[in-house]
Ligand binder design. Structure first.
Ligand SMILES: NC(=O)c1ccc[n+]([C@@H]2O[C@H](COP(=O)([O-])OP(=O)(O)OC[C@H]3O[C@@H](n4cnc5c(N)ncnc54)[C@H](OP(=O)(O)O)[C@@H]3O)[C@@H](O)[C@H]2O)c1
Length: 290
């Protein structure tokens, strides 16, 4: 990620202004990547996704030397979203732009990459239980994006002489998938026979509900939700694709990558027999074409 000395990790506590000021002291750019897609008993969605962003924007503004503030939000952030996380992301965009009008907001779609929280979780679940639950039949449309393209968009916006200041960008990949189609891609790469269980939304919500209900009622931390995350299930009741008139990758001079191929290659570690065992149907077809 950087040569020795180029990246200097600094500790801070989001509830301690002094530590945030110390981190920002010698900076001129702030990228706010703080976010969480589940609540804990210490931090609500409001705390992590909204209040902290607002707080960072206030401190960055007071600093005087911060020339760029990039707020990482989420595709689908809206005050009317069925997901609490997306509602708090929308609130954070509004607050950040109010406090720091020169800020740039990036709304990435579901991010795909080595440590992503969708394909890895699906693959782990499918390997462990032999099937993948498809909420609402997996018909929700999503527009997953390669993590490298999101990073490139952030860098491009920092190098555009301020043209992206005060603007909101929606970062979706070049293809729209249904959740089911994306799961098929995952199964193809891990070389497992696709097996699904259709879980209607009301049942998925009922399975996920106890964690949220007990979160602040029991004297111990609840486990992090993996697949059955109530808020993500709520989010999946609505398609999440780039809106028609939004600013996108093309406005930053970037052509996002298709997912098939290198962006999902990390999934080969889930193959029975190791990453280079056998070949997928698509790879065989490709070989015969040559
Ligand atoms: N992954 C996606 O599909 C996706 C899609 C759209 C938007 N986003 C947004 O992109 C940003 C980065 O996400 P990511 O996927 O890279 O997730 P990530 O690896 O979990 O990063 C989130 C960061 O927020 C920090 N954080 C969370 N709760 C915190 C708290 N209470 N106090 C202090 N720090 C806290 C985490 O710190 P620790 O690691 O120390 O907990 C971590 O550094 C987030 O704002 C997320 O909402 C992600």
């Amino acid at each position: 990620m950087g040569d020795l000395g180029q990246i200097v990790p600094m500790k801070y506590n989001p509830r301690d202004d002094k530590s945030i000021k110390a981190v920002m002291a010698k900076a001129n750019v702030v990228l706010n990547l703080i976010g969480r897609d589940f609540e804990t008993r210490n931090y609500s969605f409001e705390d992590v996704n909204h209040a902290m962003s607002q707080h960072l924007a206030v401190i960055a503004k007071e600093h005087g030397g911060i020339i760029r503030f990039i707020q990482i939000s989420c595709l689908g952030a809206s005050a009317s979203s069925p997901s609490k996380m997306l509602r708090t992301k929308a609130a954070s965009e509004e607050s950040v732009l109010q406090i720091f009008p020169e800020a740039t907001v990036m709304r990435p779609a579901t991010i795909i990459g080595t440590e992503d929280r969708i394909l890895n979780r699906w693959a782990q679940f499918a390997k462990k239980w032999g099937f993948l639950p498809l909420f609402g039949g997996g018909s929700t449309k999503i527009q997953p994006v390669y993590v490298v393209d999101v990073a490139a968009a952030i860098v491009a916006s920092l190098k555009d002489d301020g043209r992206s200041m005060g603007k909101i960008y929606e970062l979706g990949g070049p293809e729209i998938f249904t959740v089911h189609e994306l799961a098929e891609l995952m199964y193809d790469v891990i070389r497992e026979w696709p097996r699904y269980v259709n879980v209607p939304f009301p049942i998925a919500k009922a399975i996920a509900f106890p964690r949220e209900f007990l979160l602040n009622k029991v004297p111990f931390p609840m486990p992090s939700p993996l697949i059955f995350n109530l808020d993500l299930i709520n989010a999946l009741t609505k398609d999440a694709v780039v809106s028609e008139n939004a600013l996108t990758f093309s406005d930053l001079g970037i052509q996002p990558h298709k997912l098939k191929g290198y962006p999902v290659e990390f999934l080969t570690c889930y193959r029975k027999g190791g990453p280079s065992f056998g070949s997928t149907i698509s790879e065989k077809t490709h070989r015969y074409d040559i």
